[in-house]
Design a protein around this ligand. Structure first.
Ligand SMILES: NC(=O)c1ccc[n+]([C@@H]2O[C@H](COP(=O)([O-])OP(=O)(O)OC[C@H]3O[C@@H](n4cnc5c(N)ncnc54)[C@H](O)[C@@H]3O)[C@@H](O)[C@H]2O)c1
Length: 338
């Protein structure tokens, strides 16, 4: 089986490529390296013992994409390629709509024309907004996200539902909660550009002295310690869920399938709990300061991931502390690389 992985040199994509290779799938990566680097390809090979086929181009370039489909018999796609910075999406909404939706549609057009099925889409818990009740399951009503980034995820889901229904295709929409951590080999991990938006890379950069202090955005939320609560899912656990979701689609006998799964641990952790767990796991201090709440941040989000356990046989297995240990090893690797 040959799987196209768009954005396969990115954070979640690279970990998933390793899992696919280790499960004997052939992998073709298309990534324009707008948020990744070439050494990740070498490191994928070091970890998995196999080198995936790699094409460095922008998926908006339809003619190049078509050539890949001409050259290889593709059986499915996992679509990670997207811009993902929530704040930036508010400043550059058109870039986000253009990149995240046109690149998606271009791949779907090839699937339609060439009669290929099995498409997995990286969605996000942002599609739920601030849900009224916790935990969030797949039937929790969606709310219009505040950011243009979040809207591209909701629109992407709608495009895929229409695609599956009209052309009789099998699709899986995976709603990730908050991915953290790095590969246990410390050869793969997140590469944040500039000041990280996400908590854990901000914590690791502060611990290693790149940032003076971690900014904790608000300690007046209605939570036990006043800081916001999220569901932190270890990236290798998340990567494994993609293989399970793909295997399910490949085994489906129905022509049309629209799967939707929450991928989280089911447990919420506050910002200060994460800081504390990081300090204990790695025996380093993380200086922090309390700042004003950040616009658009919600109070609490954690998953009910029972559906994924029941239907995919998948469950998050790695503890927060263990995930935070891997992230620190990755940070040290990046510092040593220079
Ligand atoms: N990391 C998170 O917190 C999170 C949470 C929920 C959902 N997601 C979604 O998961 C997916 C992967 O996220 P990630 O954290 O690995 O991001 P990432 O930025 O590390 O990976 C995305 C990859 O796609 C590539 N890319 C972007 N636009 C492209 C284009 N037009 N053509 C070719 N390549 C392109 C980038 O170079 C990058 O390597 C994204 O769709 C993201 O929105 C991420």
């Amino acid at each position: 089986m040959t799987i196209l992985v768009t954005g396969g040199l990115g954070y979640i994509g690279s970990h998933t490529v390793v899992e696919l290779l280790q499960n004997n799938f052939q992998v073709i990566i298309v990534d324009d390296m707008s948020n990744s680097e070439k050494f990740i390809l070498d490191n994928i090979e070091k970890v998995a013992g196999k080198r995936p086929v790699f094409f460095p181009f922008d998926l908006k370039r339809k003619e190049l994409l078509s050539q890949v489909f001409d050259a290889y018999e593709i059986d499915g796609c996992i679509n990670f390629a997207a811009y993902k910075a929530v704040g930036e999406s508010q400043e550059k909404p058109l870039d986000y709509y253009e990149n995240n939706l046109f690149s998606l549609i271009n791949v779907l057009q090839e699937f339609k024309t060439r009669n290929i099925s099995n498409f997995i889409f990286s969605s996000s818990c942002t599609v739920y907004g601030q849900a009224d009740e916790m935990p969030i399951d797949e039937n929790t009503p969606l709310k219009l996200p505040e950011s243009s980034y979040g809207k591209t995820k909701q629109m992407g889901e709608e495009i895929l539902k229409d695609f599956a229904t009209a052309y009789k295709k099998k699709v899986s929409l995976l709603r990730y909660f908050n991915p953290i951590g790095s590969h246990p080999t410390a050869l793969l991990g997140e590469l944040p550009i500039g000041v990280p938006n996400n908590l854990v890379p901000y914590v690791t950069q502060t611990a290693s002295g790149i940032r003076e202090k971690l900014s904790v955005w608000g300690n007046d939320y209605p939570t036990a310690d006043g800081t916001a609560i999220r569901d932190y899912i270890y990236v290798v656990d998340l990567a494994k869920a993609h293989v399970k979701a793909l295997q399910k689609l490949l085994n489906e006998t129905s022509e049309t399938v629209i799967d939707i799964y929450n991928l989280g641990t089911g447990k919420g952790s506050s910002v200060l709990e994460v800081v504390n767990a990081f300090e204990i796991a790695n025996d380093v201090k993380v200086p922090y300061q309390i700042c004003e709440r950040r616009a658009g941040d919600i109070t609490v989000a954690y998953a009910n991931a029972d559906k994924a356990e029941k239907e995919l046989g998948w469950k998050a297995e790695t503890s927060l502390e263990e995930a935070l240990r891997t992230t620190w090893e990755w940070q040290k690797y990046l510092v040593n690389r220079g």
